[in-house]
Ligand binder design. Sequence first.
Ligand code: ADP
Ligand code: ADP
Length: 228
Amino acid sequence: ELSLEVRGLAFAYPDGTQALFGVDASIARGERVALLGPNGAGKTTFVLHLNGILAGGSGSVKVAGLPVDPKDKKSLREIRRRVGVVFQDPDDQLFMPTVREDVAFGPANLGMRGPELEARVTAALERVGMGHVADRAPQHLSFGQRRRVAVATVLAMEPEILVLDEPSSNLDPASRRELAEILLDLDVTILMVTHDLPYAAQLCPRSMIMSGGVIAADGKTRDLLADP
Ligand code: ADP
Ligand code: ADP
């Protein structure tokens, strides 16, 4: 079963910049994949197509078999639930008075209430080891803790695929290690955009290297990183 299936995805920005030139990629359920490549390669543009934030080019994207179609507002809601994006800056993701409310926000927005919602929030916070800060204000946590809470806000949606943008950036060695252990323990499909090759090697058995708007290489991380 595929979590993600992308076929012939091409896209140009309104100013005419062609950012994607026919991207093909399949990710099976439960895989952890690093998306590597130089600045300007098209990684961000690619990722923004996975949940329909960008659209209008050619080709197709399917998440667990469901086509991403930005014109279909109802299916787009489901796609946004299935594709959980953890931004590079956790402060773009945390805006409620307490950690608990931030993690509850997504599922509550889907109509979840009461004990079911509470259980969902508790489970998500426990998966990132942040249950003990549930009632604190996000801005009083360390950066590493905020990033883990940002991951919990996304896990609370029980996504099909977890997309992380530079998850190791700005972390001290201890936080970096803790986050790696957390991500390795999750049984969710992971696509991780990163420039951190050791992190990619540690977490992702498979890597895709993007260059010039296409997937230039795709294979075992240890083979790709051994042979530059
Ligand atoms: P990466 O994430 O790998 O650094 P991007 O997807 O950000 O690559 O960029 C791919 C290409 O698209 C680059 O040439 C970049 O300059 C261009 N680009 C990105 N965003 C925009 C935009 N909003 N308008 C026009 N061109 C853009
Ligand atoms: P990242 O490091 O995540 O790949 P970038 O540095 O490529 O991000 O881009 C940062 C922001 O600038 C993004 O919102 C992107 O869409 C925008 N951007 C990048 N290149 C261009 C461009 N040529 N014209 C307009 N916006 C751009």
